[in-house]
Write a protein that binds this ligand. Structure first.
Ligand code: BG6
Length: 302
Protein backbone atom coordinates (compact mmCIF):
# COMPACT_ATOMS: atom_id res chain seq x y z
CA UNK A 1 0.00 0.00 0.00
CA UNK A 2 1.74 3.21 -1.11
CA UNK A 3 -0.50 5.45 1.05
CA UNK A 4 -1.81 4.39 4.44
CA UNK A 5 -4.00 6.60 6.58
CA UNK A 6 -4.39 6.07 10.32
CA UNK A 7 -6.28 8.24 12.83
CA UNK A 8 -3.39 10.60 13.33
CA UNK A 9 -1.00 10.14 10.42
CA UNK A 10 -0.44 9.35 6.77
CA UNK A 11 2.39 7.05 5.69
CA UNK A 12 3.57 7.10 2.09
CA UNK A 13 5.95 4.49 0.70
CA UNK A 14 7.77 4.52 -2.61
CA UNK A 15 6.35 2.06 -5.20
CA UNK A 16 8.00 -1.36 -4.83
CA UNK A 17 10.37 -0.11 -2.11
CA UNK A 18 9.00 0.08 1.40
CA UNK A 19 12.39 1.18 2.78
CA UNK A 20 11.76 4.64 1.26
CA UNK A 21 8.90 6.42 2.97
CA UNK A 22 7.55 9.62 4.45
CA UNK A 23 5.23 9.94 7.45
CA UNK A 24 3.07 13.01 8.01
CA UNK A 25 1.29 13.66 11.28
CA UNK A 26 -2.11 15.29 10.70
CA UNK A 27 -1.34 17.57 13.65
CA UNK A 28 0.54 20.46 12.05
CA UNK A 29 0.79 18.39 8.83
CA UNK A 30 4.22 17.80 10.31
CA UNK A 31 6.50 15.45 8.38
CA UNK A 32 7.88 13.33 11.24
CA UNK A 33 9.94 10.83 9.27
CA UNK A 34 11.55 10.63 5.86
CA UNK A 35 13.51 7.50 5.09
CA UNK A 36 15.59 6.82 2.00
CA UNK A 37 16.66 3.18 1.61
CA UNK A 38 15.95 2.62 5.29
CA UNK A 39 17.97 5.62 6.48
CA UNK A 40 16.19 8.37 8.44
CA UNK A 41 16.97 11.85 7.08
CA UNK A 42 15.10 14.00 9.62
CA UNK A 43 15.80 14.57 13.30
CA UNK A 44 12.90 14.23 15.74
CA UNK A 45 13.48 14.74 19.45
CA UNK A 46 12.92 11.72 21.69
CA UNK A 47 10.90 14.13 23.85
CA UNK A 48 8.73 15.41 20.98
CA UNK A 49 4.97 15.42 21.69
CA UNK A 50 3.21 13.55 18.89
CA UNK A 51 -0.22 13.61 20.53
CA UNK A 52 -1.29 17.08 19.40
CA UNK A 53 -0.54 18.76 22.71
CA UNK A 54 2.43 20.80 21.44
CA UNK A 55 4.17 21.55 18.12
CA UNK A 56 6.51 18.71 17.21
CA UNK A 57 10.16 19.26 18.15
CA UNK A 58 11.70 17.97 14.95
CA UNK A 59 10.74 16.80 11.47
CA UNK A 60 9.27 19.56 9.31
CA UNK A 61 6.98 21.86 11.32
CA UNK A 62 5.11 24.39 9.16
CA UNK A 63 5.33 28.03 10.17
CA UNK A 64 2.44 30.35 9.20
CA UNK A 65 1.38 33.20 9.31
CA UNK A 66 4.20 34.58 11.47
CA UNK A 67 7.83 33.53 11.88
CA UNK A 68 9.03 34.02 15.48
CA UNK A 69 7.06 36.46 17.60
CA UNK A 70 6.38 39.97 16.36
CA UNK A 71 7.08 42.75 18.88
CA UNK A 72 4.73 45.13 17.10
CA UNK A 73 1.37 44.40 18.75
CA UNK A 74 -0.43 46.73 16.34
CA UNK A 75 0.31 44.45 13.35
CA UNK A 76 -2.38 41.88 12.51
CA UNK A 77 0.02 39.03 13.41
CA UNK A 78 1.23 40.79 16.62
CA UNK A 79 -0.96 38.78 19.02
CA UNK A 80 -0.06 35.37 17.57
CA UNK A 81 2.19 32.98 19.47
CA UNK A 82 5.72 32.14 18.24
CA UNK A 83 5.61 30.66 14.71
CA UNK A 84 1.83 31.11 14.34
CA UNK A 85 -0.88 28.45 14.24
CA UNK A 86 -0.19 26.08 11.31
CA UNK A 87 2.15 23.83 13.29
CA UNK A 88 -0.34 23.37 16.10
CA UNK A 89 -3.58 22.85 14.20
CA UNK A 90 -4.85 19.54 12.87
CA UNK A 91 -4.91 19.60 9.07
CA UNK A 92 -7.38 17.79 6.90
CA UNK A 93 -6.02 14.91 4.82
CA UNK A 94 -7.19 15.61 1.26
CA UNK A 95 -5.92 12.36 -0.25
CA UNK A 96 -3.39 11.05 -2.70
CA UNK A 97 -2.66 13.21 -5.75
CA UNK A 98 0.25 11.38 -7.41
CA UNK A 99 1.09 7.71 -7.91
CA UNK A 100 4.37 7.16 -9.78
CA UNK A 101 5.94 9.69 -7.47
CA UNK A 102 3.55 9.20 -4.57
CA UNK A 103 2.13 12.50 -3.44
CA UNK A 104 -0.38 13.45 -0.74
CA UNK A 105 -2.16 16.68 0.14
CA UNK A 106 -3.33 18.31 3.36
CA UNK A 107 -5.52 21.39 3.78
CA UNK A 108 -5.96 24.01 6.47
CA UNK A 109 -8.56 26.77 6.76
CA UNK A 110 -10.04 28.87 9.58
CA UNK A 111 -12.44 26.03 10.49
CA UNK A 112 -9.49 23.80 11.49
CA UNK A 113 -7.99 26.29 13.93
CA UNK A 114 -8.79 26.73 17.58
CA UNK A 115 -11.15 29.77 17.52
CA UNK A 116 -9.25 31.60 20.27
CA UNK A 117 -6.00 31.19 18.38
CA UNK A 118 -7.54 32.12 15.04
CA UNK A 119 -8.88 35.37 16.54
CA UNK A 120 -5.33 36.39 17.35
CA UNK A 121 -4.73 36.94 13.64
CA UNK A 122 -6.33 40.27 12.79
CA UNK A 123 -9.27 39.55 15.11
CA UNK A 124 -10.27 36.54 12.99
CA UNK A 125 -11.23 38.53 9.89
CA UNK A 126 -9.09 36.67 7.34
CA UNK A 127 -10.27 33.80 5.21
CA UNK A 128 -7.70 31.55 3.63
CA UNK A 129 -6.90 28.05 2.40
CA UNK A 130 -3.51 26.37 2.73
CA UNK A 131 -2.74 23.35 0.58
CA UNK A 132 0.36 21.40 1.58
CA UNK A 133 1.66 18.76 -0.84
CA UNK A 134 4.30 16.16 0.04
CA UNK A 135 5.88 14.23 -2.83
CA UNK A 136 8.22 11.31 -2.31
CA UNK A 137 10.99 10.63 -4.85
CA UNK A 138 13.36 7.69 -4.60
CA UNK A 139 16.13 9.95 -3.26
CA UNK A 140 14.39 13.28 -2.56
CA UNK A 141 11.44 14.84 -0.80
CA UNK A 142 9.47 17.77 -2.17
CA UNK A 143 7.12 19.87 -0.06
CA UNK A 144 4.93 22.55 -1.65
CA UNK A 145 2.70 25.09 -0.03
CA UNK A 146 -0.02 27.12 -1.65
CA UNK A 147 -1.70 29.95 0.23
CA UNK A 148 -4.96 31.33 -1.15
CA UNK A 149 -6.71 34.41 0.11
CA UNK A 150 -10.37 33.34 -0.07
CA UNK A 151 -11.65 36.39 1.81
CA UNK A 152 -12.32 40.03 0.95
CA UNK A 153 -9.30 41.61 2.61
CA UNK A 154 -5.59 41.48 1.83
CA UNK A 155 -3.40 39.92 4.53
CA UNK A 156 0.28 39.74 5.43
CA UNK A 157 1.98 36.46 6.21
CA UNK A 158 5.30 34.69 6.63
CA UNK A 159 5.88 31.14 5.50
CA UNK A 160 8.65 28.74 6.63
CA UNK A 161 9.47 25.04 6.31
CA UNK A 162 11.21 24.50 9.68
CA UNK A 163 13.19 21.44 8.54
CA UNK A 164 15.29 19.56 11.13
CA UNK A 165 17.92 17.40 9.38
CA UNK A 166 19.53 14.45 11.08
CA UNK A 167 23.31 14.62 10.93
CA UNK A 168 26.14 12.45 12.34
CA UNK A 169 27.75 15.30 14.33
CA UNK A 170 27.29 19.09 14.12
CA UNK A 171 31.01 19.70 14.72
CA UNK A 172 31.86 17.86 11.48
CA UNK A 173 29.40 19.53 9.10
CA UNK A 174 29.69 22.54 6.84
CA UNK A 175 26.99 24.48 5.01
CA UNK A 176 28.00 26.04 1.70
CA UNK A 177 26.81 28.70 -0.75
CA UNK A 178 25.85 31.31 1.83
CA UNK A 179 29.02 33.40 1.48
CA UNK A 180 28.36 37.07 0.66
CA UNK A 181 24.69 36.72 1.54
CA UNK A 182 23.05 39.28 3.77
CA UNK A 183 22.08 37.79 7.12
CA UNK A 184 20.31 38.86 10.24
CA UNK A 185 21.96 37.30 13.28
CA UNK A 186 19.11 36.67 15.71
CA UNK A 187 21.53 36.22 18.62
CA UNK A 188 23.35 39.51 18.09
CA UNK A 189 20.29 41.30 16.66
CA UNK A 190 22.62 42.55 13.93
CA UNK A 191 22.60 42.45 10.17
CA UNK A 192 25.81 41.81 8.26
CA UNK A 193 27.21 40.08 5.19
CA UNK A 194 28.25 36.46 5.74
CA UNK A 195 31.96 36.38 4.98
CA UNK A 196 32.81 32.79 5.98
CA UNK A 197 33.63 30.66 2.92
CA UNK A 198 31.58 27.90 4.56
CA UNK A 199 29.34 28.00 7.61
CA UNK A 200 30.58 25.90 10.54
CA UNK A 201 29.16 25.33 13.99
CA UNK A 202 30.84 25.61 17.37
CA UNK A 203 28.23 27.49 19.40
CA UNK A 204 24.54 28.46 19.27
CA UNK A 205 23.66 29.55 15.74
CA UNK A 206 20.52 31.41 14.64
CA UNK A 207 20.75 33.41 11.42
CA UNK A 208 18.28 34.43 8.76
CA UNK A 209 19.99 34.52 5.36
CA UNK A 210 17.99 36.98 3.31
CA UNK A 211 17.02 37.03 -0.33
CA UNK A 212 19.28 34.14 -1.30
CA UNK A 213 18.81 33.61 -5.03
CA UNK A 214 16.72 30.52 -5.65
CA UNK A 215 19.22 29.15 -8.18
CA UNK A 216 21.66 28.71 -5.30
CA UNK A 217 21.78 25.29 -3.71
CA UNK A 218 22.34 25.10 0.03
CA UNK A 219 24.23 21.95 0.94
CA UNK A 220 25.03 20.18 4.20
CA UNK A 221 28.44 18.59 3.80
CA UNK A 222 29.73 16.01 6.26
CA UNK A 223 33.46 15.28 6.11
CA UNK A 224 33.58 16.10 2.39
CA UNK A 225 30.40 14.21 1.50
CA UNK A 226 27.12 15.92 0.62
CA UNK A 227 24.42 14.80 3.06
CA UNK A 228 21.70 17.01 1.70
CA UNK A 229 21.15 19.50 -1.09
CA UNK A 230 18.37 21.98 -0.61
CA UNK A 231 16.64 23.64 -3.55
CA UNK A 232 13.98 26.30 -3.12
CA UNK A 233 11.24 27.77 -5.28
CA UNK A 234 9.90 31.24 -4.45
CA UNK A 235 11.40 31.07 -0.95
CA UNK A 236 13.99 33.85 -0.67
CA UNK A 237 15.14 33.40 2.94
CA UNK A 238 16.86 30.57 4.76
CA UNK A 239 17.09 30.30 8.53
CA UNK A 240 20.01 28.26 9.83
CA UNK A 241 19.60 27.16 13.45
CA UNK A 242 21.31 24.98 16.01
CA UNK A 243 20.40 25.59 19.66
CA UNK A 244 23.66 24.20 21.09
CA UNK A 245 23.99 23.35 24.81
CA UNK A 246 22.23 26.05 26.82
CA UNK A 247 19.22 26.58 24.57
CA UNK A 248 18.63 22.79 24.28
CA UNK A 249 18.70 22.54 28.07
CA UNK A 250 15.93 25.12 28.25
CA UNK A 251 13.62 23.17 25.90
CA UNK A 252 11.80 20.44 27.86
CA UNK A 253 10.89 18.57 24.67
CA UNK A 254 14.48 18.53 23.36
CA UNK A 255 15.90 15.07 24.11
CA UNK A 256 18.44 13.73 24.50
CA UNK A 257 20.12 16.88 25.79
CA UNK A 258 23.14 16.11 23.61
CA UNK A 259 20.81 15.80 20.60
CA UNK A 260 21.97 19.18 19.28
CA UNK A 261 25.01 17.29 17.98
CA UNK A 262 22.77 15.30 15.65
CA UNK A 263 20.49 17.99 14.22
CA UNK A 264 20.70 21.06 12.06
CA UNK A 265 17.78 23.18 10.91
CA UNK A 266 17.91 24.75 7.47
CA UNK A 267 14.57 26.42 7.03
CA UNK A 268 13.60 27.93 3.69
CA UNK A 269 10.90 30.54 3.84
CA UNK A 270 9.63 34.04 3.27
CA UNK A 271 10.30 35.60 6.66
CA UNK A 272 12.44 38.72 6.46
CA UNK A 273 9.42 40.56 5.19
CA UNK A 274 5.76 39.71 4.75
CA UNK A 275 4.03 38.41 1.65
CA UNK A 276 1.03 40.66 1.13
CA UNK A 277 -1.72 38.59 -0.46
CA UNK A 278 -4.65 40.40 -2.02
CA UNK A 279 -8.21 39.08 -1.88
CA UNK A 280 -8.61 36.23 -4.36
CA UNK A 281 -4.84 35.81 -4.95
CA UNK A 282 -2.65 32.73 -4.50
CA UNK A 283 1.00 32.38 -3.50
CA UNK A 284 3.13 29.25 -3.51
CA UNK A 285 6.60 28.08 -2.50
CA UNK A 286 8.52 24.79 -2.40
CA UNK A 287 11.49 23.09 -0.83
CA UNK A 288 13.21 20.14 -2.46
CA UNK A 289 15.52 18.10 -0.23
CA UNK A 290 17.82 15.89 -2.27
CA UNK A 291 20.26 13.24 -1.12
CA UNK A 292 22.14 12.59 -4.35
CA UNK A 293 24.26 15.62 -5.35
CA UNK A 294 27.97 16.27 -5.61
CA UNK A 295 29.36 19.40 -4.01
CA UNK A 296 28.21 22.45 -5.97
CA UNK A 297 30.25 25.47 -5.02
CA UNK A 298 28.42 28.65 -6.13
CA UNK A 299 29.54 32.20 -5.47
CA UNK A 300 27.77 35.49 -6.09
CA UNK A 301 30.40 36.63 -8.60
CA UNK A 302 29.11 34.74 -11.63
C1 BG6 B 1 14.06 28.93 14.60
C2 BG6 B 1 14.34 30.30 15.12
O1 BG6 B 1 13.46 29.01 13.34
O2 BG6 B 1 13.15 28.26 15.47
C3 BG6 B 1 14.88 30.22 16.54
O3 BG6 B 1 15.27 30.94 14.27
C4 BG6 B 1 13.93 29.42 17.42
O4 BG6 B 1 15.05 31.53 17.05
C5 BG6 B 1 13.68 28.07 16.77
O5 BG6 B 1 14.50 29.26 18.70
C6 BG6 B 1 12.76 27.13 17.55
O6 BG6 B 1 11.55 27.74 17.82
P1 BG6 B 1 10.46 26.97 18.68
O7 BG6 B 1 9.31 27.91 18.81
O8 BG6 B 1 10.12 25.73 17.93
O9 BG6 B 1 11.12 26.66 20.01
Amino acid sequence: MPVQETDDKVIVTFPNDDTTSVTVLKYGATVISWKVAGEEKLWVSEGAHLDGSKPVRGGIPLVFPIFGKLKDESHATGALPQHGFARNSTWEFLGQVGEKLPSVQFGLGPENIDPELYKKWGGGKYDFTLIFTVTLHDDALKTDIEVENTGNEAFDFNWLFHTYYKIPDITDVLVNNLTDEKCFDQLLAEEYIEKSPVVQFHEEFDRIYKSVRNDKYIQIIDKGKVLMTLERVNLPDAVVWNPWIKKSEGMADFLPKLGYHNMLCIEPGHVSDFVNLKAGDKWSGSQICETHHDIKQQSNIY
